[in-house]
Ligand binder design. Structure first.
Ligand code: 13P
Ligand code: ZN
Ligand code: NA
Length: 281
């Protein structure tokens, strides 16, 4: 069934595991994520970023996720990842997304609180859950290594959670979106400090490229949702490239789509086991 992320993440927090959240770009990736979840009996979150939404529109991704969730044995949520404005968040809410991130992390503290609170209030009647972000998760160009600049401050996180009433909070502890050039250094003590003063489920972004140990240690210290995007794109594209390299005469999209899909399913199953959400549906 299609569900919100509220109970899913509270169960994860209470059970000491994390739900995997996987960015989907097309029908095959939606099918792959669902197949992995069903095979492992895991709750699952499918999510789309604004650039993905821009590519095809919310309706197409919602329809794909709904098709997957409708007859599923496992709980499935469809989540707006890095919602960039109040307006986009409201569009996702109207379309039927069951979980919404409003990413005000690029604004100053008070503005981040204000926009998050607005989204929380708007989502409350339909019980759609809301994720916010405080601090800056690195991008490909950012270099947060070694410095405190942009990392989530525990006391600010506490105040942010209380004043917004948000359901979950993404924290910046040294992870970055995309692949890492070196071994990422995570500020795990900071994560523990945040956990001490913030009760709501915490979210880890930028998990592609993290070692199994880093993901597991983050979960031990309070992470309840782990986001994977780049690894799925690579897995899908590697499958497609392999088919087209070995048989360049291929013209049926189903032929290479099936191989990309299987690659994504295997990756997602591996990542779900690292998150410990297998068997938790
Ligand atoms: P990666 O691309 O590093 O997996 O990051 C995913 C993410 O945080 C999506 O919001
Ligand atoms: Zn992210
Ligand atoms: Na990453």
């Amino acid at each position: 069934p299609l569900v919100t992320t509220e109970q899913m993440l509270l169960d994860a927090r209470n059970g000491g595991y994390a739900v995997g959240a996987f960015n989907v770009e097309n029908m095959e990736m939606v099918q792959a994520v669902l197949a992995a979840a069903e095979e492992l009996n895991a709750p699952v979150i499918m999510q789309t970023t604004p650039s993905t939404v821009k590519y095809a529109g919310l309706d197409y991704y919602y329809a794909n996720a709904l098709a997957a969730a409708k007859n599923s044995r496992v709980p499935v949520a469809i989540h707006l990842d890095h919602g960039s404005s109040f307006e986009l968040a409201m569009q996702a809410l109207r379309v039927g997304y069951t979980s919404i991130m409003i990413d005000g992390s690029h604004s100053v503290f008070e503005e981040n609180i204000a926009v998050t609170k607005r989204v929380v209030d708007a989502c409350a009647p339909s019980r759609v859950s809301v994720e916010a972000e405080l601090g800056k998760v690195g991008g490909k160009e950012d270099d947060l290594d070694g410095g405190n600049g942009g990392y989530t401050d525990p006391m600010e996180a506490c105040e942010f959670a209380e004043r917004t009433g948000v359901n979950s909070l993404a924290v910046a502890i040294g992870t970055a979106h995309g692949v890492y050039s070196g071994e990422p250094r995570l500020d795990l003590d900071r994560l523990s400090e945040i956990r001490k003063v913030v009760e709501i489920p915490l979210v880890l972004h930028g998990a592609s490229g993290l070692s199994d140990e880093a993901v597991k240690e983050s979960i031990k210290r309070g992470i309840c949702k782990v986001n994977f995007a780049t690894e799925l794109r690579i897995a899908y594209s590697d499958g497609v490239k392999k088919v087209l390299a070995e048989a360049p005469e291929t013209f049926d999209p189903k032929k290479y789509g099936a191989v990309g899909r299987e690659n994504v399913k295997q990756l997602v199953m591996n990542r779900m086991k690292v998150c410990g959400c297998d068997g938790k549906a």
